[in-house]
Design a protein around this ligand. Structure first.
Ligand SMILES: CC(C)(COP(=O)(O)OP(=O)(O)OC[C@H]1O[C@@H](n2cnc3c(N)ncnc32)[C@H](O)[C@@H]1OP(=O)(O)O)[C@@H](O)C(=O)NCCC(=O)NCCS
Length: 183
């Protein structure tokens, strides 16, 4: 059976209820830590501020060691099949394919557990490549844990060329694989 078509949509107030429903069902946008309860509290407390924070390119991010650093420019989309399915983001340094050492790759993605294995992540990454090209990136670095079979397949299906093992993830201590993907 063919998977339903998905699209990448910018986060918006109109779609926020579907995002909140995914949080209520236990999905965590951060794959390292379960942040679903904290996010849900923030959405319910002030939806407009939540969306502003989510899409604010001038904000700060906290590293694993607690250090606060400025966010890189980014494009964030929700993956949509009529409902919220997950999210995919692109982070980059304008005019360069280099990334700071704390950023393992240009593109990261996650699919809610109940919509996995339908080809959504593979399709979402394919839809993100022209977005990266439009931002001036002829190729993107994408990394995944060496034991993440699903993510490896997503990357390879999009033309990923293995660079090799990169240093262990400081948060998980796991070895990671890095790939270049031409946009
Ligand atoms: C990794 C992830 C995004 C994959 O999403 P998905 O929409 O299920 O992926 P797809 O349906 O496009 O599947 C891609 C391939 O992986 C396979 N696959 C999916 N889940 C798998 C699993 N748990 N184990 C092994 N293979 C798996 C699919 O069968 C498919 O293989 P095929 O191309 O041979 O048919 C999803 O599992 C997820 O959100 N995981 C947690 C967050 C994460 O790991 N993000 C990636 C960080 S780099």
């Amino acid at each position: 059976m063919r998977a339903p078509e998905i699209s990448l949509v910018p986060p918006s107030a109109a779609l926020l209820e579907s995002y909140a429903a995914a949080l209520r069902a236990g999905w965590s946008p951060n794959t390292m830590r379960d942040v679903s309860a904290d996010e849900l509290a923030a959405v319910e407390d002030d939806p407009e501020e939540f969306l502003r924070d989510l899409t604010d390119e001038t904000g700060m991010v906290e590293l694993a060691d607690g250090k606060q650093i400025p966010r890189l420019p980014f494009r964030l989309f929700w993956i949509w099949d009529g409902e919220f399915c997950g999210s995919i983001g692109l982070r980059y340094q304008p005019g360069s394919e280099e990334l700071p050492s704390h950023v393992p790759g240009h593109i990261g993605y996650t699919i809610v557990p109940w919509k996995r294995r339908r080809g959504y992540a593979t399709r979402a990454l394919a839809l993100m490549l022209p977005v990266a090209r439009a931002e001036g990136l002829p190729r993107v670095l994408v990394s995944c844990d060496a034991d993440n079979e699903a993510s490896k397949k997503v990357i390879l299906a999009n033309g990923g060329e293995l660079i090799g093992l990169t240093p262990r993830d400081p948060e998980t201590g796991k070895p990671k694989l890095s790939y270049w993907i031409k946009t």
